[in-house]
Design a binder for this molecule. Sequence first.
Ligand SMILES: Cc1cc2nc3c(=O)[nH]c(=O)nc-3n(C[C@H](O)[C@H](O)[C@H](O)COP(=O)(O)OP(=O)(O)OC[C@H]3O[C@@H](n4cnc5c(N)ncnc54)[C@H](O)[C@@H]3O)c2cc1C
Length: 316
Amino acid sequence: MITFPKSIEAAASSPGQRRAGGTDVQELRHLGIRSDDLVDLRDCPGLDRFEQAEDGLHLGAGISLTRIAQDAAVKEQYPALAEAAGGLATPQIRNRASLAGSLLQEVRCWYYRHPDQQCAKKGGAVCLARQGDHLYHSCFDTGVCVAPHPSTMAAALWAYDALVELDDASLLDIPTLLGDGTDPRRTHHLAPGRLVVAVHLPPPPPKGELAAYGRAISRARAEWPLAELVVRLGLDKKGEKIDWARLVMGGVANRPLRLSVLEEALVGQPPTDETFARLAPMAIEGAKPLPMTGYKLRIIPGLVREQLLRAMEGAA
Ligand SMILES: Cc1cc2nc3c(=O)[nH]c(=O)nc-3n(C[C@H](O)[C@H](O)[C@H](O)COP(=O)(O)OP(=O)(O)OC[C@H]3O[C@@H](n4cnc5c(N)ncnc54)[C@H](O)[C@@H]3O)c2cc1C
């Protein structure tokens, strides 16, 4: 059965799987992984809200990734978020895909998506990728399931300290929404039945920021990344030292990773290529690659250095 609720209250109280853009939901149904009732959010008012509020920018859960990528206010105030939204998937997917759907999509693991395979995410005893083909999977071991977290927007929104607003008006930060990766059955920790209504972005830093988003990818487009990185930097008044840094990496663990140790090491350093080249290898500290994912450890330092340099291009 499919319903088209006409209010947030009705959508929240309708049993079944929510469908926004449907780009992931439909594939899972097609593959026979999901077959529950559908709650289509097409007619639900308020999910397309785009509001400059006192506490920052509120983006409705149903706003498309294309709009986020192209909106002038997002580009100016949250540049790496706009770049991330515009850099994933394909133009067709970005036109259809919603902000909430992009956060709550399922992993792309071929074992999970195979109708006949009972992996740990589907309640099976083991992670089949861990024992089998995991070429595109994690190189940080953060839990039983080794499929990388699929959401580029989760990494970008975490880098901007975004909060997710639910239908009961509660707010979740991104790490809470995603969980710590230890429960293989949960790609996110949204309580069953809850509806995401909007995402709140805090006001941009008063002195501005330098930012970049980039990915290492196995083909030019239409692919999830081998590794991806959101970088935000603030410089001191003279532009000679890094005042603060925020780096969140995706594609390498079953949840995005905040690179706190590298962030701390960057603070107080001159924002030069010498600094970036020297410190970038810190991004792989704590990595524990699988037999087939060691190559990612060779990619990550280059990606980090490249995106730090790209962020600095904004200072020129
Ligand atoms: C070739 C290709 C490449 C891709 N590359 C990337 C990539 O690099 N990075 C990336 O992040 N993604 C990538 N994607 C995935 C794409 O971004 C997602 O499929 C899309 O963002 C999902 O959004 P949607 O609105 O279609 O979600 P849907 O398919 O409608 O829903 C996805 C999930 O979110 C839930 N949901 C949706 N809205 C709500 C709500 N308001 N409240 C509660 N639950 C809700 C649904 O129930 C479902 O569980 C790629 C896809 C393709 C086909």
